[in-house]
Design a binder for this molecule. Structure first.
Ligand SMILES: [Zn+2]
Length: 71
């Protein structure tokens, strides 16, 4: 994971790069995860996505068929 700032030169952040979460242009700063597929995302969008991911994990953990046992 890296934080990439747009400082006038695009480098690895392409001018057409869209945010993974909101699909808007990443024209100032972005978080970048490299993996099987790269993910570019605004910092604020990361927070929105993380909250939803935690909510989904909580739902899995608190349903009988979730299959996660943390005892
Ligand atoms: Zn975004």
């Amino acid at each position: 994971m890296a934080v990439v700032f747009h400082d006038g030169e695009w480098g690895e952040l392409l001018p057409t790069q869209e945010c993974f979460y909101c699909f808007q242009s990443l024209d100032e700063v972005a978080i970048w995860w490299r993996g099987a597929s790269d993910i570019w995302i605004h910092a604020a969008c990361f927070i929105e996505l993380a909250v939803r991911m935690f909510r989904d994990v909580h739902e899995i953990e608190t349903t009988p068929r979730g299959g996660v046992n943390r005892t």
